[in-house]
Ligand binder design. Structure first.
Ligand code: TYM
Length: 333
């Protein structure tokens, strides 16, 4: 690998990828591949914290790899791999569990939300989820972690765990910085704009799947909940629906909110919603075509996974060995 700073991030294969995942995460990963050593994982072990159908999980894991590539991540320039293929993640997670406090994990808002949503399955994995995430990041000595706003708290706990460990054993882990975009870090539901857009939402009108048909995308934007005014204006508190559509439009086109306001001055919400739908459908079309083509090429995807985990494995075992040694585990003879 070239001597560059290291980036690590991941997405769970727990449902169709949404426009939120795309704008909050993937779209920002694309330019990074030119300047950093980037490692992107499909974090299937994290997905197990919610009950999955095995055949679907397998399919979605491959599909997510195909999407990474279809969105523009070059498998030569980036390390793309499946988390469960590298056992170092689960191993380091166990060690870090022993350096993380119950009280810290209890404060995680995502845990509280998920526990409420899956009241019938509040498993220990759901609780220790941020520790596995810390292991993902710290194994690679990542400098930066590009994520959406909802992962901010998990990044903070990762830093706390790393610092605590370093205070006891010396500089073992790089303490990573979050990298959160200014626009698009929190894409909201199209139906309830006070809520985050989520792939696990029961109402499929509330999110755009990256694999939605263009007509469906336009229809979903037409149905997006807005307010009773007529002016396209950015005001999150009073106009959450329109502001969310503006974030989406800004993120995809690169336009500023002022530019968007003047573009739609004197026009109604109908025109604006159609424009947002159209630009999103146009952006996703080539991605969908490429994804389809890749999904037909199983051998190619397998080869990428194989190369990816070999490269990831080498890097992570350096850290894992160091950790084992520092904490006093006897090296395997
Ligand atoms: P996940 O799979 O829920 O989401 C993947 C990425 O998409 C971002 N995101 C959003 N951004 C903007 N608006 C939204 N509505 C939206 N919904 C999701 C997330 O912030 C994330 O960047 N715990 C992580 C996965 C993970 C990880 C890691 C990430 C595991 N290990 C190590 C970074 C580093 C998660 O559940 O993401």
């Amino acid at each position: 690998m070239k001597d560059r700073k290291i980036i690590f991030s991941g997405i769970q294969p727990s449902g169709d990828l949404t426009l939120g995942n795309y704008l909050g995460a993937i779209i920002n990963w694309i330019p990074l591949q030119e300047e950093y050593n980037c490692i992107y994982s499909i974090v299937d072990l994290h997905a197990l914290t919610v009950r999955q159908t095995p055949a679907e999980l397998r399919k979605r894991t491959r599909s997510l790899l195909a999407l990474y590539i279809a969105c523009g991540l070059d498998p030569e320039k980036n390390i793309l791999f499946v988390q469960s293929h590298n056992s170092a993640h689960a191993e380091l997670a166990w060690i870090l569990d022993c350096y993380t406090y119950m009280g810290e994990l209890n404060r995680m808002t995502q845990f509280k939300e998920k526990a409420q949503k899956h009241a019938e399955n509040i498993n220990a994995g759901l609780f220790t989820y941020p520790v596995l995430m810390a292991a993902d990041i710290l194994l690679y000595q990542a400098d930066m972690v590009p994520v959406g706003d909802d992962q901010r708290q998990h990044l903070e706990i990762t830093r706390d765990i790393a610092q605590r460990f370093n205070n006891i054993y010396g500089d073992v882990f790089k303490v990573p910085e979050p990298y959160i975009p200014k626009v698009g870090a929190r894409i909201m539901s199209l139906q309830e704009p006070e809520k985050k857009m989520s792939k696990s939402d029961e109402n499929s009108n509330s999110y755009i799947s990256l694999l939605d048909d263009p007509n469906v995308i336009i229809k979903k934007f037409k149905r997006a909940v807005t307010d009773s005014e007529v002016q396209v204006r950015y005001d999150v508190d009073n106009k959450p629906g329109i502001s969310n559509l503006m974030s989406i439009y800004a993120s995809v086109t690169g336009k500023s909110y002022e530019e968007i306001e003047s573009e739609f001055e004197g026009k109604g919400y109908g025109d604006f919603k159609l424009a947002v739908g159209q630009v999103v459908a146009d952006t996703l079309k080539p991605i969908q075509e490429k994804h389809k083509e890749l999904m037909e090429n199983k051998d190619y995807l397998d080869q990428i996974m194989k190369d990816g985990v070999e490269r990831a494995g080498r890097l992570s075992y350096r850290t894992l060995r160091k950790v084992y040694k520092k904490i006093g585990l006897v090296p395997r003879p």
